[in-house]
Write a protein that binds this ligand. Structure first.
Ligand code: FAD
Ligand code: SIN
Length: 542
């Protein structure tokens, strides 16, 4: 089937939905999303949104904290832009119906601002510990009520349709880009059909890539599809070696690395070894509230030294009343795994949480392919540098979705709806697979090798091993991909393999340690050579 729309949005998290609400004023919008509409990292966000809302806070302080966490690689102009535009965007969220937690102070009702690692002030606006669920609820309700927005659930973007792929002329319709995007091929999971979505503007809002790692706080949708699709189409990808490991995920065989929000440490939670000894004072003056890379590496080192499987996070001293009110979701979930966090410390370990790099964009979310935008975790905008400051990602998604919508409105004449002739998806001679075990085996192998060789700490030797293994696996996946009928699992496997390859390549290029990238063979920061982004493109080195 061929579906024509003015705006194609791939992904229904905060980036995709907020962009949709803005561009729907201009034309028709199709949102394709891999599972059900709510399923996204956004829906699981706990801590909240970092934004300057209090008279005790300042833009200068939020900018400074973001730059410090980013360890020399943030683009200062982007940081200033996001921080100063943040309050207006969060205000808009509230107009769209998002309810943030408030508290009574001196007879006045104020936002209950939380604190997280790397922040020198309380500035995290939140909805208890279920911020993402509240944001997603409100945005979906607005989108569902909009007559111009259609949502296609269980539809997986496979590949972008770019002009160069189908041999179209170099007509860039006024654009100065090398190539143009006209939409995407999308698998309808239920029918097994591949549809051609043709669009004047396409937005990649596919979120992160945590599933590249064996242990991750991310939901199953986070397979880096947008990054892989953009890369295959020739877009520039940057800084994917900077993988953020969240220091505190629940240690339990069935908990799927359930996140214990940094806000718990923000409210006084302390980290201890199994024998009760505290350790963060040895690593950073901000102790438990040091930037995330420092805390995750400290835990990793302590676990390696002690041989223990986990460390302990203790918030019980704040009392049951406070803890259950402030962290109802964390309390409830821990209880289902047998832990009463109001009374006892919780066993925690680090897990892959956020990819700081992604598809390169400018300050308006535009990629280097014409008519193709990227927002949210899938993009690399210059905000996070070598390490994202806690709770800056929901803010980034909002600011960039807004700016991308303004830019798309300027650039695209939706009344000019001429689409080129695009070939339908060609399945070739593919047949149904009789060996699904190849997919599950390769899936597990990639995630293990990334965890073991390209994790919190890496080395040149480990990177070489990882690169050899991933090259072999990719060859096998390529063969399998073209011989068998396409499925969601196969699309995701191919994408995690691509993103793993990109992470390894970027990590091999960067011969220093900075922010989230720590290579024991180059343990120091080298500002003279490496204070720059790592940018790669298909068919080229760095
Ligand atoms: P997502 O919200 O992940 O949405 C991606 C969407 O794309 C999904 O709908 C998915 O189904 C869809 N999709 C993916 N691939 C395809 C495809 N091929 N075809 C079709 N659809 C596709 N950040 C903060 O700032 N504050 C927090 O408190 C916070 N807490 C977090 C807690 C957890 C447990 C996690 C995992 C992350 C947290 N983060 C937090 C990070 C933040 O939630 C994410 O970075 C942010 O929500 C990303 O938004 P997004 O719109 O880019 O992507
Ligand atoms: C958390 O609540 O700890 C997650 C915050 C974030 O990832 O920004």
């Amino acid at each position: 089937m061929e579906i024509k729309t003015d705006f194609l949005i791939i992904g229904s998290g905060i980036a995709g939905l907020s962009f949709a609400l803005k561009v729907a004023a201009l034309g028709s919008v199709a949102i394709v999303t891999k599972k059900d509409r709510l399923e996204s990292s956004t829906n699981y966000a706990q801590g909240g949104i970092a934004v300057v809302m209090s008279p005790d806070d300042s833009f200068a302080s939020h900018i400074e904290d973001t730059l410090t966490a980013g360890d020399g690689l943030c683009h200062k102009d982007v940081v200033e832009m996001v921080v100063t535009e943040g309050p207006a965007r969060v205000g808009e969220l509230m107009e769209w119906g998002v309810e943030f937690t408030r508290r009574e102070e001196n007879g006045k009702t104020e936002f209950d601002l939380g604190r997280e690692g790397g922040h020198s002030k309380r500035r995290i606006i939140h909805a208890k510990d279920l911020t993402g669920e509240e944001v997603e609820r409100a945005l979906i309700a607005k989108v569902e009520a909009h007559p111009r927005i259609a949502i296609f659930e269980n539809h997986v973007g496979i590949d972008l349709i770019t002009q160069s792929k189908f041999g179209g002329s170099g007509d860039a319709r006024g654009s100065d880009k090398n190539d143009l995007c006209w939409g995407a091929y999308v698998l309808d999971v239920k029918s097994g059909e591949v549809h051609t979505f043709l669009a004047s503007v396409s937005l990649l809002a596919t979120g992160g890539a945590g599933k590249v790692y064996r242990y991750t706080s991310n939901p199953d949708i986070a397979t880096g599809d947008g990054i892989a699709m953009a890369y295959r189409s020739g877009a520039s990808i940057a800084n994917v070696e900077f993988i953020q490991f969240h220091p505190t995920c629940l240690y339990h065989p069935e908990a799927k690395s359930f996140l214990i929000s940094e806000a718990v440490r923000g409210e006084g939670g302390t980290l201890k070894l199994k024998n009760g000894t505290s350790f963060m004072e040895q690593y950073h003056p901000m102790k438990e509230l040091a930037p995330r890379d420092v805390v995750a590496r400290a835990i990793d080192l302590e676990l390696k030294k002690s041989g223990d499987d986990y460390v302990l996070l203790d918030i019980s001293h704040r009392g049951a009343d406070f803890v259950t009110k402030r962290f109802p979701n964390i309390c409830r979930t821990c209880r289902t795994f047998g832990y009463d966090i109001t009374k006892n410390p919780i066993p925690v370990v680090p897990a892959a949480h956020y990819i700081c790099g992604g598809v390169c964009t400018d300050k308006n979310g535009e990629t280097d392919i014409g008519r193709l935008y990227a927002c949210g975790e899938t993009a690399c905008t210059g905000l996070h540098g070598a390490n994202r400051l806690a709770s800056n990602s929901l803010l980034e998604a909002l600011v960039f979705a807004h700016r991308a919508a303004l830019e798309a409105a300027r650039e695209v004449r939706v009344e000019d709806r001429e689409f080129p002739q695009v070939p339908a998806w060609d399945p070739g001679n593919a047949v149904d697979s009789d060996e699904s075990v190849v997919v599950s085996h390769n899936w597990d192998e990639i995630r293990s090798l990334m965890w073991n060789y390209v994790g919190i700490v890496t080395s040149d030797k480990r990177l070489i091993r990882a690169q050899r293994r991933i090259a072999l696996l990719q060859e096998e996946i390529r063969e399998y991909y073209w011989n068998f009928i396409i499925t969601k699992d196969l699309i995701e496997l191919r994408n995690i393999a691509t993103v793993a390859e990109l992470i390894i390549r970027c990590a091999q290029v960067r011969k220093e340690s900075r922010g989230l990238h720590y290579n024991i063979d180059f343990p120091f920061k080298d500002d003279k050579t490496w204070r720059r982004d790592t940018i790669i493109q298909k068919g080229s080195g760095e």
